[in-house]
Design a protein. Sequence first.
Length: 280
Amino acid sequence: MRKAGIALSAFALALTLGACGDNGGSGDSSSNNSGGDSSGGGSVAAASLADLAKSIGEQTSETSTAHMKISADAAGQQLTGEGDLRMSADNAAMSMDMTTPEGTMSMVLLDNIFYIKLPQELEPGKSWLKIDANDKSNPMAQALGGMTEQMSKNADPRATLEQFEKAGEITDTKEEELDGKQTTHYTITVDVEKLAANQEDPTMKSAMDQAIQSGLKDFPVDVWIDEDDLPVRFTMDMPTPNPASGKTESVKMQIDYTDWGKPVDITAPAADEIAEFPGS
């Protein structure tokens, strides 16, 4: 399960786009719109993370579904994935198939419960695990459950940007064409010490503290927003906890959004396909 833990951490990062701040809304933020060309065919560039989060939130609340493609380098492991997302303030849902060095892993988040299908069967005919944050009977389930709780709360680009407000600033904006769309490209720098200071989740705070001790001061986040104020791409390179090893791993992530507003079908695996959690 060690490598699966790294993959899970990478997957969580992709879906939350760095869900590692406080759970509150907008805080005070200073930003620098430096040198970028915000003229052209796109909408007027946001001057702060608060403004950017607000504009994205207004659009994604109306077009709350999207298709995602993910690529990542998680602690030296190359991961790719594709799936669907339905955003909600209190009950997000998503499904994803990821290709890892160990094989294909399928994942579903539904009704605040996370399901993962490993490349190998855990029991005959059963290859799915059910991870419930409220399950107190298994230490690993609780560790992973905490991560999925963050996923459920923060599977929303707006929420991610809100969580970075107290720790990050926009350092550049420019107009770029991406996949045939006119977009505004925002470069954001996140201060790790500020992020740790505002961190309430113990696991994520520990990861941030370890990153600080290793000399990391900040990490980059880039977001491309189209003319409808909808995300087209996010990229980031940040430290992420591996719940299996207890260590902090570097994760480089890119997530591309398409098909905003199109219907998605997200369902949980059948009960008879779910194995008993290891160690329970």
